[in-house]
Design a protein around this ligand. Structure first.
Ligand SMILES: *Cc1c(COP(=O)(O)O)cnc(C)c1O
Length: 349
């Protein structure tokens, strides 16, 4: 991979904003360099623009160098930055699978970049060859998501590896749901794959969607480019503090994942018995995609019962399908009760 050939010229030439905290980042007694207010400690101070304390913790957790980590305001930020770094508006394009996470399309549209979509097969899986065939000289990146949203399944590992070896642009692998899956992350392969960018997030297994903290992992030369593009203080003090606290609770995260996986199995078992349920697709994530008779009608019925699921009926290959997040045992029970009531007016689980 030739990074210089992939990057936009304006980004290569970009001189990033240099903040007070960039110019002096050591320990001092008196800070009079950033026009901060001396009162209201500690919120008066700008946060560390590079979030080194948080990155060091993540580095230990994931066994990866801090220089290969980018932190963003959710995964949405690195997704947008990938477009801004590599894709010349109106000229370049990216390739992705269909269906998949909607933000790739939105980020492409915002950046005026063509997105070429390759439909998944009946097993919601893909062949590297088909994505490579959709690519041309202007294809800067291929976005894939495994486990995929909204289908829930892991994609074929050997096909992902084929993409990584045969495509000479960037391969973005979104692993938002990797903690719920039986497979290992691709993080272990990062050093052998210079064109790989892995996205992970604290929004799902870690239970921090409100904190807004997404991670991108890649070679340090790619991360340096992302750091030039991002807003100088993209992760605020509160998010950095909360993340530092919560990353120490890995044990608790693992307990949550265990409960959610147990509940997922239970949900699948019970929903199978409902006559209007046609297919429950295999899931490696914290949600299930369920095909049923009259998905829209059931969605509306559930909404009346104050239970909200996601109607994916209009999404490619997801006709008549609802995406159901696995919640707490109590929430899941409420959903099942409501669905059962629909069948026979009875309320036992
Ligand atoms: C939920 C989700 C994310 C996480 O987004 P954040 O901005 O980090 O909250 C990323 N990718 C996919 C596919 C998701 O479903």
């Amino acid at each position: 991979m030739n990074l210089d050939k992939l990057l936009r010229n304006n980004i290569k030439a970009l001189k990033p904003y240099s903040s007070a905290r960039d110019e002096f980042s050591g320990e001092a007694e008196v800070y009079l360099d950033a026009n901060e207010n001396p009162f209201n400690v500690p919120y008066n101070r700008y946060p560390d623009p590079m979030q080194w304390a948080v990155k060091k913790k993540i580095a230990e957790l994931k066994n990866i160098a801090p220089e290969k980590i980018f932190l963003g305001n959710g995964s949405d930020e690195p997704i947008d930055i990938i477009f801004r770094a590599f894709c010349e508006p109106g000229v370049d394009n990216v390739v992705t699978i269909d269906p998949t996470y909607g933000m790739y399309q939105v980020a492409a549209d915002i950046n005026n970049v063509e997105i070429r979509k390759v439909r998944l097969n009946d097993h919601f899986d893909f062949k590297a060859h088909d994505l490579l065939s959709a690519a041309n000289l202007y294809t800067k990146a291929i976005f894939i998501c495994s486990p995929n949203n909204p289908t829930g399944n892991l994609l074929d590992k050997t096909e992902i590896i084929k993409l990584l070896t045969e495509f000479d642009g960037i391969v973005v692998l979104d692993e938002a749901y990797i903690d719920f899956s039986p497979e290992n992350s691709f993080l272990g392969l990062l050093d052998n794959c210079p064109n790989l960018i892995i996205l992970q997030t604290f929004s799902k297994a870690w239970g921090m969607a409100g904190v807004r903290l997404g991670m991108a992992f890649a070679q340090a030369e790619i991360i340096r480019v992302f750091n030039k593009i991002k807003y100088p203080y993209n992760i605020n003090i509160l998010s950095q503090q909360k993340a530092l606290e919560l990353i120490d609770n890995e044990g608790e995260k693992n307990e949550w994942v265990k409960i959610i996986l147990y509940e997922r199995a239970k949900m699948i078992r019970k929903l199978f018995k409902l006559p209007f349920v046609q297919i429950i697709y295999p899931s490696d994530a914290n949600f299930i995609l369920v095909k049923m008779n009259d998905a829209r009608g059931i969605y509306e019925y559930l909404t009346e019962q104050k239970i909200i699921v996601r109607d994916r009926s209009k999404v490619t290959l997801c006709e008549n399908s609802l995406r159901i997040t696995i919640g707490s045992p109590e929430e899941n029970k409420k959903l099942r009760k409501a669905l059962k009531k629909l069948v026979n007016g009875s309320i036992e689980d």
